[in-house]
Ligand binder design. Structure first.
Ligand code: XUL
Length: 513
C-alpha cells in the first residue's frame, strides 16, 4: 500500500508518495504558484498590496495547485490506485471563508469540471489572509486588553498578528456583511482537507493552536475568546480533531486521477506540526529546524512552557501532547535577498560564506520583510559593519550567523536544552549554514533525507492513520543522511556574538518603541 502526503505551502504545493513496506519514497511532485499558476498574480504566494502589512492570496490558486499536483503525480507514473490513505499539511494561520451550503457543493463534485470552477461560488471572501499578514496590530491590542495574560495561558500564544483569530476579527470589523455571509471559516489545511472529504473536515489541534482561539487545556475552541473575537464565530468554526484521526473518505471526484473513492483522508495539520513528524523529532530536546520560506524551530514539549517574550508558541503535536514553535518570517526570503544583492548563484553563495572567517563579529538585522521574531512591522536591514566594503563571503556569512544567533537567542526560554538539531527545508542544502547552526548551538546536527519534512510528515501520518506505527516509520524514513559536528573552538566566539546580537536587536526594538 502507498500513502500520499500533500503540503500546501506559501509558494507552492508538493506531494510525496511513500511505500512503508519497501521503506522508500515512490514519487515526489511539486507545483510552484509563481511559475505554474501565473494567472493568480502571486509570484511569491501572495498578491501585491499597497500596504506591505497586507498579505493575501486567492484560495482558488491553492485548489488549482492541488489538481495540477495530482495530475503531475499521474503523469510521473505513480500507481494512484495503490494509494491507501491521504493526509496533508497547510501553511499555518491563513483562513478561508465559505458561504452557507458549501459543504453540499463540495459533496456533489462532477469530474467534467475542475474543482475551482465548481467551488468558486462558495467563497464569501475572495482573497484569504496568509501567515505573512501583519495588518492586525490593533486587533491584537484589543484582544490583549480584554483577556490580558489569559490569552497566552489558554491558547499557548500571546495575541499574534498572523494568527487566525485576530485576522477574523479584522475581517468582521472591516467587512461585517461578508462576515455575516460566512457560514464556515477554515484554515488552509482544513479547507484542502474539506475538498478531499467531500465537504466536512475538522481542524486538527496542531494547526488549530495557531488561531488564538483554541483552549489547550480543554482542546475545544474557547467560547468566550471566540465570541469576543467576532460575534457568532463559535458557530462558524469547524470541529476539532487530534492529528491522528480520520477526517473523512475520498469522494468519487478524485477517481479522475486514478485514486480509489472511499480511501481514508487523515485530518490535515499545519506545516510545522507536520514537519515535526516528518523530521522524526519525537524526543524533547531534539529540535527540528525547517528552512522554508520562513525558518521555524519546533520540538516536542513535555509540559506547557510559555515564552515570556511572546514569540514562542505552543501547538498540538500530531503524535500526541504538545510542541513548541518559533517562526522567523524572513528565513529564505532574507537569504534570497542577500544572495541577489551579491549577484551570486546558490552554490556560490554557499561557497563564499563557508570560506569566510567564522565568528568574526559581523552582525545584521535582516528584516527585508516584516518579521515575527522579534516583531518588526516595517522592513529594516541594519549592519554593524560596512556592507559596501566587505567581501561577498563576509556579507553572506554575517546574514547566516545572525540568523542562527537569533534562533539561539529566542529558544533560550525552553526548559529542555537543545540536545540535537534535525535540519530540513530547501536551504538545508547550504553547507555553510549547517556548520554555523551546529557551532552556534554547539550540538550535533542531522540532515534528513527529504527536504520537505512537512510533506513527508503528512505521508507518515497518512500511513499511521492506516495502522503503521510512527516509530517504525521514523526508522524507515527519517534516518540521518549526514551528521555535522560542532567545532568546540568556535563556542566562546559565538557566545560573545550572541550577547552582541541580543544588544543590537534590543537597541533596534527600543528605538521602534
Ligand atoms: C508559523 C508560520 C509559518 C507558516 C509558513 O507560525 O507562520 O511557518 O506556517 O508556512
Amino acid at each position: 500500500m502507498l500513502y500520499l502526503g500533500i503540503d500546501s505551502s506559501t509558494q507552492g504545493v508538493k506531494g510525496i508518495v511513500i511505500d512503508p513496506a519497501a521503506g522508500r519514497i515512490v514519487a515526489e511532485a511539486a507545483v510552484n504558484y509563481g511559475k505554474d499558476l501565473k494567472r493568480y498574480n502571486a509570484p511569491n504566494g501572495y498578491v501585491e498590496n499597497a500596504d506591505p502589512a497586507v498579505k493575501e492570496a486567492n484560495p482558488l490558486m491553492w485548489v488549482d495547485g492541488l489538481e495540477l499536483l495530482l495530475q503531475r503525480l499521474v503523469d510521473s507514473g505513480v500507481p494512484m490506485e495503490r494509494i491507501g490513505a491521504i493526509s496533508g499539511a497547510g501553511q499555518q494561520h491563513g483562513s478561508v471563508y465559505l458561504r452557507a451550503g458549501s459543504a453540499d457543493i463540495f459533496s456533489k463534485l462532477v469530474p467534467e469540471k475542475s474543482l475551482s470552477e465548481q467551488i468558486s461560488g462558495t467563497l464569501a471572501r475572495e482573497l484569504s489572509p496568509i501567515w505573512m499578514d501583519r495588518s492586525t496590530v490593533e486587533e491584537c491590542r484589543v484582544l490583549t486588553g480584554r483577556f490580558g495574560p489569559a490569552i497566552q495561558q489558554l491558547t499557548g500564544s500571546m495575541a499574534t498578528e498572523r494568527f487566525t483569530g485576530p485576522q477574523i476579527r479584522r475581517f468582521w470589523k472591516n467587512h461585517p456583511e461578508a462576515y455575516n455571509n460566512t457560514a464556515q471559516i477554515h484554515l488552509v489545511s482544513s479547507f484542502i482537507c474539506a475538498l478531499l472529504t467531500g465537504g466536512r473536515a475538522a481542524v486538527d489541534t496542531g494547526d488549530g493552536a495557531g488561531m488564538n482561539l483554541l483552549n489547550l487545556k480543554t482542546l475545544e475552541f474557547d467560547p468566550e475568546i471566540s465570541e469576543f473575537t467576532a460575534p457568532g464565530l463559535p458557530e462558524k468554526l469547524p470541529e476539532l480533531l487530534p492529528g491522528n484521526q480520520i477526517a473523512g473518505k475520498l469522494p468519487e471526484y478524485f477517481a479522475k486521477y486514478g485514486l480509489r473513492a472511499g480511501i481514508p483522508v487523515i485530518v490535515f495539520s499545519g506545516d510545522n506540526p507536520s514537519s515535526l513528524i516528518g523530521s522524526g523529532c519525537s524526543q524533547p530536546g531534539v529540535v527540528g529546524i525547517s528552512l522554508g520560506t520562513s525558518d521555524t524551530l519546533f520540538a516536542p514539549m513535555r509540559e506547557f512552557e510559555l515564552d515570556p517574550a511572546g514569540y514562542g508558541h505552543i501547538m498540538g503535536n500530531p503524535a500526541g501532547g504538545f510542541m513548541s514553535l518559533i517562526c522567523f518570517s524572513n528565513g529564505s526570503l532574507a537569504r534570497d535577498a542577500m544572495r541577489e544583492s551579491l549577484a551570486l548563484s546558490w552554490n556560490a553563495f554557499d561557497a563564499v560564506a563557508a570560506a569566510a572567517p567564522a565568528a568574526a563579529g559581523n552582525l545584521m538585522l535582516p528584516y527585508y520583510q516584516l518579521e515575527s521574531t522579534p516583531l518588526v512591522l516595517k522592513p529594516h536591514v541594519e549592519y554593524n559593519f560596512d556592507i559596501k566594503h566587505v567581501e561577498p563571503g563576509v556579507a553572506a556569512r554575517a546574514l547566516l550567523e545572525s540568523q542562527a544567533l537569533s534562533m539561539k537567542l529566542h529558544t533560550a526560554y525552553l526548559k529542555d536544552p537543545v540536545r540535537k538539531i534535525r535540519l530540513s527545508g530547501g536551504a538545508s542544502a547550504c553547507k555553510a549554514f549547517r556548520q554555523i547552526l551546529a557551532d552556534v548551538f554547539q550540538v550535533e546536527l542531522e540532515i534528513i533525507s527529504v527536504s520537505d519534512s512537512s510533506g513527508l510528515g503528512a505521508a507518515l501520518r497518512a500511513a499511521a492513520g492506516d495502522g503503521w506505527q510512527l516509530e517504525e516509520l521514523y526508522r524507515k524514513f527519517c534516518a540521518a543522511q549526514a551528521v555535522i559536528l560542532p567545532q568546540p573552538e568556535n563556542r566562546s566566539k559565538y557566545e560573545k556574538m550572541l550577547q552582541q546580537y541580543a544588544d543590537m536587536e534590543k537597541a533596534f526594538s527600543a528605538s521602534e518603541g
